[in-house]
Write a protein that binds this ligand. Sequence first.
Ligand SMILES: Cc1cc2nc3c(=O)[nH]c(=O)nc-3n(C[C@H](O)[C@H](O)[C@H](O)COP(=O)(O)OP(=O)(O)OC[C@H]3O[C@@H](n4cnc5c(N)ncnc54)[C@H](O)[C@@H]3O)c2cc1C
Length: 470
Amino acid sequence: MTYGHGFTRSPPNDIKVLISGAGTGGLMTALECWKKGCEVRIIERASVSNTQGDSYTIGPSAINAVCQWPEMKKDIDRIAYDPLFAMNNVKLETLKGPMKVGAIIQEGSKAERIGYYMRPEFQEMLLSQLDKIGVEVEYERPVVDYFEDEKSGQAGVVLQDGSRLQADVVVAADGIRTASSPLVVGEPVPAKSSGHAIFRVAYPVELAVADPLVAERFKLDKDGNSVLEMFHGPDTFGLFWRNDKWMNWAIDHLDSRGTSEESWSNRVDSSEALKFTATIPGWSEVANRVIKATPANTLVDWTLMWRDPQPKWTSPGGRVVQIGDAAHTFIPSSGNGGTQAIEDAVSLATCIAAAGKNNLPNATRVHNLLRFERVSFIQAMGVANRDRHNTNKAKHKQNRNFVWGTWLVDHNPEEYALDNFTSALANITTGAPFKNSNTPPGVAYQPWTMDGLAEALEKGEPSILDGDWI
Ligand SMILES: Cc1cc2nc3c(=O)[nH]c(=O)nc-3n(C[C@H](O)[C@H](O)[C@H](O)COP(=O)(O)OP(=O)(O)OC[C@H]3O[C@@H](n4cnc5c(N)ncnc54)[C@H](O)[C@@H]3O)c2cc1C
């Protein structure tokens, strides 16, 4: 059916999808499932719309999917940033650049840029599109458990007040500490500190540029482009990004201060960051001025936790499926948390529609098969990227600069799911051979763990990061 907003919605398919979590992945899943003809319901733990956070990267593979929605395409043109990028030392002396961030994309790719977004604006865009199609997020609905009943073909969630909601498919989009792990994996996925944490915040740029030295150091270029100023040093790296509306800064530090937590609401005083920068020889004074201008109660100190790649995203009966951070967490240096959550949303909705109401458990299993290896490679890339920025780890053989290959940026998750659905389904139902083609072309997938990868990097031994990644 052609909808009033310039796109076609598939006829109703009588499939009820319940989504828990209204973050980037959950909202996009609601939109995509609705577009494929499903009846969707989306619930969220928070009491108001979840538009917190500072910045994130959303790659071309995800933005192309978002831009299939004509009104969101217009929004993307308005909210996307295409900053110049400079690499600095801890004195904020520029070592490389400024240059287009898109310079890290493999030559020959269809993608022109890697967009930077303010998370609050991106979330607002998804929420507004959902509002336009008449789907409301139901707030203050914290999920404490998931269940499924294979006989009745239903799955559901238990809310904190004990009430139960059910549907044909339940999507756990409830982030890093998903309540679906006991059903899907059997136990919570173990998480441990990577040894690092990150101070991060974005605040209105006027507060920063009120200081003339800050205004002079962090200028827009003559064409009005913002400059994303990254820096690296011993056991630290980070960024200062001043754009037309925001001053965004982030500083990675060793997780030894006792102030860090894996929580977006773990606020600390900016004096904690200043105590840390005081330990860095030669640290830039103007950078400290940016830190000092940070409004009270806004700075987050986030522990970077490691979770091993977890291959199973679906419940035993296939009616509950994890997506986004609930299925796979990333450290920020991967630049892919939001992108992969959106790819998941598109892939899952496509598999659900392709399978139809009578084959939903296999829809989620096919989605899992099509997505896991790709995501796992990108998780490993994030570890390598982080080490690359640590001047104490310069000796690492694989301390390499990853080009964002066409396999990563030119991927179309809808097309991929459609093209591979039948053969992936045959693999699941009959064991017929199946090989993914959405991973680095010159590298064979092999299972890996965070500890194993860190040790291989330390000793210069072979790892999943070897081989031709483009
Ligand atoms: C408040 C917040 C701020 C963030 N800021 C940034 C940022 O500045 N930069 C960045 O790179 N990434 C940020 N992220 C993370 C980033 O959005 C995700 O890593 C990525 O987009 C993947 O999206 P996701 O939907 O899987 O997870 P998320 O975007 O984290 O969404 C998960 C959602 O599930 C909800 N939820 C959690 N538990 C339950 C429950 N039991 N019942 C119901 N709902 C539940 C959460 O409230 C949240 O809305 C932020 C996430 C949050 C929640």
